[in-house]
Design a protein around this ligand. Structure first.
Ligand code: SAH
Ligand code: CA
Length: 214
């Protein structure tokens, strides 16, 4: 489901800095060769992530859910000289392709790509996360948030993608309440009530929750 008029969306894309060649290539190859290409970030979301990183200037970014590396490259592109991105994914079938894209992007040095279940990997990573992008299995969004919140310093941010879940967060947008939708409803409610953060649910694409640690 598109939330905005497709012509308005095209107009927004036409007035957004254009997508780099490597991102276009990832989109083409993902659509041609990988399962579930609708999980890809698009040009608006990608530029949004890159610009947020440029404005916040985090040292360490944690991404949960690499998929084919589109959003990882956008995040890494925003990083300064000494910044690092740690990106996690459970799907090792994509590993070779994704490592190839990172190599080609020229950002490989900044990207620490780890394969495994994020629930196990996160506690093994030492240090703070200035910027977290949650975009893996929807069922565990709240668990990921709980795993990272105490490791995000004051002023740091947590973003979570797809929090409108194609409109299924509203009763009129769904036939029945499935477990992913229920998990996202819990997540959105929890963040809204969490006094440790100030937050905005942005209706960008499929919805992005942006929470800033107080
Ligand atoms: N951030 C990517 C899209 C991620 S799609 C982009 O915007 O381009 C979601 C990804 O989460 C999938 O690749 C899936 O393999 C991964 N995932 C699902 N469950 C996971 C888990 N428990 N741990 C780590 N990754 C997981
Ligand atoms: Ca997503």
């Amino acid at each position: 489901m598109e939330f905005i008029d497709p012509e308005l969306l095209a107009y927004c894309e036409a007035h957004t800095s254009s997508e780099e060649e490597i991102l276009q290539k990832i989109t083409r190859e993902t659509q041609a060769k990988v399962l579930m290409p609708r999980m890809l970030s698009g040009p608006l979301q990608g530029k949004f992530l890159e610009l947020l990183v440029k404005m916040y200037r985090p040292q360490t970014i944690l991404e949960i859910g690499t998929y084919t590396g589109y959003s990882a490259i956008c995040l890494a592109k925003g990083l300064g000289e000494s910044g690092k991105l740690i990106t996690l994914d459970i799907n090792d079938e994509l590993e070779d392709r994704v490592r190839g894209f990172f190599e080609e992007s020229g950002l490989n040095e900044k990207i620490d790509y780890r394969l495994g279940n994020a629930l196990d990997l996160i506690p093994q990573i030492p240090g703070d996360f200035d910027f977290v992008f949650i975009d893996a299995d929807k069922e565990n969004y709240l668990t990921y948030y709980q795993l990272v919140i105490d490791r995000v310093p004051s002023g740091g941010v947590i973003l979570a993608d797809n929090v409108l879940w194609s409109g299924k967060v509203l009763p009129k947008g769904r036939k029945k309440l499935d477990k992913d939708t229920a998990a996202l409803l819990d997540f959105n409610q929890f963040v809204e009530e969490d006094s440790r953060v100030e937050n905005i649910l942005l209706p960008l694409r499929d919805g992005i929750m942006l929470a800033r640690k107080l």
